[in-house]
Design a protein around this ligand. Sequence first.
Ligand SMILES: [Zn+2]
Length: 314
Amino acid sequence: MNRRHFLRASALFASMGLLSRGGLFSQTRSMASMPDGFVRLRRNVGIFNGRGGTIGWLASPDALAVVDTQLPDTAAKCLAGIPQRGDRQIDALINTHHHGDHTSGNSVFRPVVKKIVAHKNVPGLQRAAAARAKPPALDKQVYADTTFAETWSLALGGSRDGAETIHARHFGPAHTSGDIIVLFEKANIVHMGDLVFNRLHPVIDRAGGASIAGWIATLETAAKTYPADAIYVFGHGGATPRFGVTGGRDDLLAMRDYLTGLLDHTHRQIAAGKSRAEIITLDKLPGFEEYQQTRRLASNLGVTHDEIINAPRA
Ligand SMILES: [Zn+2]
C-alpha cells in the first residue's frame, strides 16, 4: 500500500471508528479471544449462542446491556464471558418476551443488573405460563421490574466510542402478546426476539396472546421502521450459516411470507369444508417445504384454524 492509499484507508478506517481506542486492533484481539458462543457483530454489540433464544449483548467501557437470558446454565456462561464487564453492574437486561428459553436465566443475571425491562404484559404471561408448567415453575421466575406499553429507551455512556442508545418497541400481539423489538441505534443492530424463527416452523403461542395477522403486520412495520442496512438478530435460526440467527430485512419478509402462507392455506382448507382434525394432518406446507422443525406444523395449522374461526384461546 503506497502512502496515498494508506492515508485514504486510514481516513476510511477512522471514519468507521476502527482506528480509535477500542477500534480495529482491540476488536481483532477481542474477536480472537471471544469465549465460546460469543460473536461480535458490529461496534460494541454481539450475540451469545447457548441453548434457547439468542442472547444479544452490548459491552463497552461505558455501557453494558443484555437482551434475553436463555436458561440458567447457559446464562451463567454468558454472564461469565461478557467482554469488558469486570465487576460492573449491567445497565439493563431486556426480555423480548416471556418464554422460558428467553427468561429462565433472569435469576442468574438478577444480582448484577440494575433493571429488567419488558413489555407490560410479560410478567403476567410469564406467571401464567409458569403456573401451567408441569411441574409448576412459579418459584423459579424472576420478573421484569420496569415495564412499558409502547416504547422505552435508554441512552448509555458518554464517550464517543462507548456510547449507545437502546430503543425497545411493542408493535402489538404477534408471537405472544408481549413481544418487543430492541434496536441498538449506534451499532445499527435490531434484536427481533422470536418475531423471526429464521426458516424454521415457529412457535405460535395462542394461549400467550399470539396473533398471526398481528405478527404479519408487525413484520411489515418493522421492515419499514428499521434501517435497510441493520443487522437483525433472531431468537432462533436454522442450522445452516445461510439462515442462522442473524440476517437482514429479507429474512423478516420471508418470515412474513411463511405466516401469510399458513394463513392462506388454512383459509382455503376451511373454505373447502375441511375439519380442524383434517387440516392439521399435513406433512409439508406448500411453498415452505424446506422449513425445519416440522413437528410444529400440525400445532401451527391448529392455532391458525382457531384464529380464523375465532375460537376461544386455550
Ligand atoms: Zn418465544
